[in-house]
Write a protein that binds this ligand. Structure first.
Ligand SMILES: Nc1nc2c(ncn2[C@@H]2O[C@H](COP(=O)(O)OP(=O)(O)O)[C@@H](O)[C@H]2O)c(=O)[nH]1
Ligand SMILES: [Mg+2]
Ligand SMILES: [Zn+2]
Length: 349
């Protein structure tokens, strides 16, 4: 099987490249309409592992002795429905998984989360990239490419807004000391940060946090996502260090998003490698979702005036009052306010 091997994907519905993505806070807003689906009482639910040229690889009987990968098409009535890695698909047809056989996807179960890239200049349609992830591993390089705190803020916001737990790994610590960069995130006390280098990737530590979760790896192209995935999942065979042609719009990496199973003595988890992601569009973020990631601050902010922005200039903001009174750590409120400001300004970078 080589459907994940960076083959150019010409199915427009599923193709994407290094571009903006975001997590939609309300999956219902874009949930495929499956109500009118024909009754397929014989359908089984299968995990979508990846897609290549309109053919889906799905995992049937996950975790059972007869677990198998089946290649499937999608039913005609789902032509307009994005079906992506991580989706729980309802499949019928030949589910033997034998060479040359095909199953058929006839529906998608409701998603718990959605990671999507936002529309850009040439493509007005938002495209779903990953469904049902509950963790996001932000991969940031200490150097080459240079880490950008504000870009990382956007990843954090997208994750927090969707209720996806963010984790961070700093790669290439053999090239530069990430201490200065990491200072930006010291206020996010709950953010787990791993350090990785060429010779010493913290496979066991990261792996431990993957067990029992579906974790999407995101980060700028070239930071070392696929290198990490290959270290975690030895038979993954993800292409690394791939540099593509320069196009009119800049450098693009055409590559696929794929679910891979992490296994250890502790259990299993799902790792989802994505192509390079430049930034997240943050059009519909709800500040209250960000605040939820700071339970101690949320408690104080509950007493704020209605509609309080919680920004440094917000009148009668209880957070600002608490800082002035010395009742809250400044760094932590700063960290929250920086995130709130990031999408408040809708700055592009
Ligand atoms: N020096 C150094 N290079 C790394 C490290 N991790 C990955 N690389 C290199 O960075 C390049 C991009 O890695 P890749 O995994 O393809 O990045 P991706 O685009 O995020 O999937 C490759 O040439 C890797 O060998 C690291 O920790 N240190
Ligand atoms: Mg890669
Ligand atoms: Zn406030």
């Amino acid at each position: 099987m080589s459907w994940w091997n960076d083959a150019d994907d010409d199915d427009l519905d599923d193709e994407f490249d290094e571009s903006d993505v975001r997590v939609r806070p309300n999956p219902k807003a874009n949930r495929p309409r499956t109500k009118r689906r024909p009754s397929h009482s014989d359908a089984v639910t299968a995990r979508v592992l990846g897609v290549d040229r309109g053919r889906y690889s799905v995992l049937v009987a996950e975790g059972e002795p007869d677990e198998r990968e089946v290649t499937a098409t999608r039913a005609r009535e789902l032509r307009k429905t994005p079906i992506v890695t991580g989706d729980a698909a309802r499949v019928v047809g030949d589910l033997s998984g034998d060479e040359g056989t095909l199953g058929r996807i006839v529906g998608i179960e409701e998603r718990t989360s959605l990671l999507r890239r936002s529309a850009d200049d040439t493509d007005q349609v938002e495209r779903v990239i990953v469904a049902n992830a509950d963790q996001m591993l932000l991969v940031v390089a200490a150097a080459d490419p240079e880490p950008r705190p504000r870009l990382v803020d956007r990843y954090l916001i997208a994750a927090l807004d969707a209720g996806i737990r963010p984790l961070m790994v700093i790669t290439k610590t053999d090239l530069a000391d990430p201490a200065g960069f990491l200072e930006h995130f010291s206020g996010l006390a709950d953010l787990r940060v791993f350090r990785s280098s060429q010779s010493d990737p913290p496979v066991a530590e990261i792996g431990e946090s993957l067990v029992g979760h579906s974790t999407v790896f995101v980060g700028h192209s070239g930071v070392g996502k696929s290198t990490l995935v290959n270290a975690l999942v030895p038979d993954a065979g993800r292409a690394t260090g791939h540099v593509n042609a320069v196009t009119g719009r800049g450098r693009h990496t055409s590559s696929s998003t794929e679910s891979l199973r992490y296994r250890s003595g502790e259990g299993t988890g799902w790792v989802i490698d994505t192509p390079g992601v430049r930034s997240f569009g943050l059009g519909h973020v709800d500040p209250e979702n960000i605040l939820r990631a700071y339970p101690d601050l949320a408690e104080v902010a509950a007493e704020c005036p209605r509609g309080c922005s919680h920004l440094p200039d917000a009148p009668d903001c209880r957070l600002n009052e608490a800082i002035d009174a010395g009742d809250l750590p400044v760094a932590r409120v700063d960290s929250l306010q920086r995130l709130l400001l990031t999408f408040d300004r809708r700055t592009e970078w």
